[in-house]
Ligand binder design. Structure first.
Ligand code: ATP
Ligand code: MG
Length: 427
């Protein structure tokens, strides 16, 4: 027998039974981002590889070992996007959205990284993110963070801690770099292979290591906070003052550098302890240098990306309420005549009540079989159309989820019954 084909390791199907939580999460995000004046940007999944090697940085985990890169039929090197920011900047420059103006943009979609699959870490995963361009003042950093805080609140999620740091200016980072090289060189033998290789190329990356053996050395490393330039310090104070006034708690983590090269000044992560090692559900910060690095004019920028699988896992862990999709009504049709009349009735009800979720029985079946399907569909009510109902122009309504008696009403009354009893939101 032929072997069943399985999905690619680390790439998962989202099944119909799971998709209502996903749709709820995505709709909540979309409505929230739109409500702050952000507008959606959709970019292709494939981009020139150079976009990411230049944008994210050559000496990063993503570019060094995680990208899905291949030559297409013309021999051009393409990569599946591992994140959304570089594409936003590329599109922004290409379409003139960034220069001399303010932009608020959001995106969502699948990202691809060849990592070791585990809980909360996949090779195809979904992100939703937002990006702002043209604003250098700390009010936008605070706005971006406040949007995250509001999202957790709207989803009913608790105990997501905000970790905050500042990476300062390029110059401050440059002098900090030298200090780090000196510090880590003194511990050269204890560093792992990756860190030894990065020591001179990108020593800040070592602070972001996932290797627990390096924890102590990293924790004892000099802090960038001590080398901060005045403007970055003031900017950081501005962010903190706003968060304080909004009552958004944060925890200053001087080791937070983020896994991508393009950040400066504010960086942050929203972290939960309930998902094990994959505890960061949202990460972002300011990246004032990226637009220029990708060929545009100097443009301040700030944003974040949310890992949607991790949020779904957290919603499950915290038993957050998500509405489940199910029909209001399952239409049962007994007999050939009723089957014809039922098709017309169902479509006219859909015309009259666009919000009605109505599932029609198909492929006939005995009354008993149809009742069984009605029950399995999760519908709240069965509408029953039999020979008598058709000839008398009535319909029988059978509540499926409580002990109420079934009733028989005229089809003229059906619309008001639907509005008053079925679609009426519970008060
Ligand atoms: P991590 O430190 O967990 O590897 P990262 O720093 O690589 O995360 P970012 O590039 O900042 O992550 O991506 C933003 C968010 O996307 C992360 O905080 C996380 O929630 C999610 N994310 C990143 N990589 C994966 C993955 N392989 N699978 C699932 N979600 C991911
Ligand atoms: Mg990573």
């Amino acid at each position: 027998m032929a072997k069943n084909i399985q999905s690619v390791r680390g790439m998962h199907d989202i099944l119909p039974s799971q998709s209502s939580s996903w749709q709820y999460l995505e709709a909540t995000i979309r409505t929230l981002f739109n409500s702050y004046g952000y507008r959606e940007l959709r970019t292709p999944i494939l981009e020139p590889t150079e976009l990411f090697s230049r944008g994210i940085g050559e000496v990063t985990d993503i570019v060094e070992k995680e990208m899905y890169t291949f030559a297409d039929r013309n021999g051009d090197s393409l990569s599946m996007r591992p994140e959304g920011t570089a594409s936003c900047v590329r599109a922004g420059i290409q379409h003139g959205l960034l220069h001399n103006q303010q932009q608020r943009i959001w995106y969502t979609g699948p990202m691809f990284r060849h990592e070791r699959p585990q809980k909360g870490r996949y090779r195809q995963f979904y992100q939703a993110g937002l990006e702002t361009y043209g604003v250098s003042t700390p009010d936008i950093d605070a706005e971006v963070i406040a949007i995250g805080a509001r999202l957790w609140k709207q989803l009913g999620l608790k105990d997501i801690q905000l970790q905050l740091n500042t990476l300062g200016s390029d110059e401050a980072r440059q002098s900090y770099r030298d200090i780090l090289i000196e510090y880590f060189s003194a511990h050269h033998d204890q560093l792992d292979e990756d860190s030894q290789r990065r020591l001179h190329k990108n020593p800040l990356r070592i602070l972001d290591t996932k290797n627990p053996d390096l924890k102590n050395i990293v924790e004892a490393a000099p802090s960038l906070m001590d080398y901060l330039d005045t403007e970055s310090q003031e900017h950081f104070d501005g962010v903190k003052t706003r968060l304080d006034s909004l009552g958004i708690n944060y925890y200053i983590n001087p080791r937070l550098v983020r896994g991508i090269d393009y950040y400066n000044r504010t960086v942050f992560e929203w972290v939960t302890e309930e998902l094990g090692a994959q505890g960061t559900v949202c990460a972002g910060g300011r990246y004032d240098g990226l637009v220029k690095r990708l060929g545009g004019k100097v443009t301040p920028a700030c944003g974040f990306g949310i890992g949607l699988e991790r949020l779904i896992l957290l919603m499950q862990a915290q038993k957050a309420q998500t509405p489940t999709l199910h029909p209001n009504v399952y239409l049962i049709m007994a007999g050939a005549e009723a089957q014809l009349a039922g098709v017309i009735l169902a479509e006219s009800l859909r015309d009259l009540h666009p919000a009605l979720n109505l599932q029609s029985n198909v492929a006939a079946g005995s009354f008993k079989a149809q009742i069984k399907r009605a029950d399995k569909s999760g519908a709240d009510y069965a509408f029953i159309l039999g020979e008598n109902e058709v000839s008398e122009n009535t319909i029988t309504i059978k509540p499926l989820r409580n002990d109420e008696q079934q009733i028989n009403i005229s089809q003229e009354q059906l619309s008001s019954y639907i509005e008053n009893n079925i679609l009426k939101t519970p008060s």
